[in-house]
Design a protein around this ligand. Structure first.
Ligand code: MN3
Length: 241
């Protein structure tokens, strides 16, 4: 079952449990995988259990990360959209990111925080430990020399990001694959970001993502994280673009 199907199913189930009593179409993701305006602004169900990524990411870290940190970004984004008159039913989250310099720091931090985490959950999957295949594998070999060389460059981007931030694999407007990092909750879609492109793969290197299990050992977290990367999802994003 794909990640999308799984999250659609749990979305329907959650909605049912909430007793709304209506058939709610799982419309937050279009057929091509792009997030739809409106629903993209709200936190979606985690596509797996809190404990599913153990031993790489422990259940308590996942629970706190998803239900406290990420849910706060979604809530604060909603507040900022109300305050700054962003119509979430008519705006694509990606377009808000692309124009983020026109909004408040609250919008930047929480819009980025929400977008980044929604992507991050989908970039992971239990029991994969795989490698990219097909067109993406070929593009990685071409762009970085080899998959191993790419992994080293991405790992370094995460290790060397001072303080809090994200490591990214992006595809640029001229279709090049680039690795880099952003500070805090910025992302490569943002007009204020030095690293620019469509994020294909993102890694959260904030301490809240790993500290309970790894303490100060961010490199150990990153090295283990490769075992839960959902390459199927990353490939789909690449092939969509
Ligand atoms: Mn985080």
């Amino acid at each position: 079952m794909s990640t999308h199907n799984r999250s659609r199913r749990s979305f329907i189930k959650t909605t049912g449990l909430a007793g709304i009593g209506l058939t709610v179409l799982p419309s937050f993701v279009q057929a091509n995988g792009a997030a739809v305006a409106g629903n993209a602004f709200t936190q979606q169900p985690l596509p797996y259990d809190y404990k599913a990524l153990e031993p790489v990411i422990d259940a308590m870290t996942m629970e706190i990360h998803y239900s406290k940190h990420a849910s706060a970004y979604a809530k604060n984004l909603a507040d900022a959209c109300t305050a700054e008159k962003v119509d979430t039913n008519a705006t694509r989250l990606e377009d808000l990111m692309r124009n983020i310099s026109k909004y408040s720091a609250k919008m930047r931090n929480n819009g980025g925080g929400h977008y980044n985490h929604e992507l991050f959950w989908q970039c992971m999957k239990p029991g994969v430990a795989g490698k990219p295949e097909g067109k993406l594998a070929a593009a990685i070999d071409q762009g970085f020399g080899s998959f191993e060389a790419f992994k080293t460059q991405f790992t370094d981007a995460g290790k060397n990001r001072f303080g809090s931030g994200w490591a990214w694999l992006v595809v640029t407007a001229d279709k090049k694959l680039v690795v880099g990092s952003t500070a805090n909750q910025d992302n490569p879609l943002m007009d204020i970001s030095e690293l620019k492109g469509t994020p294909l793969l993102g890694l959260d290197v904030w301490e809240h993502a790993y500290y309970l299990k790894y303490q100060n050992k961010r490199p150990d977290y990153i090295n283990n994280w490769w075992n839960v990367v959902n390459w199927e999802f990353v490939q789909k994003r690449y092939e969509m673009g």
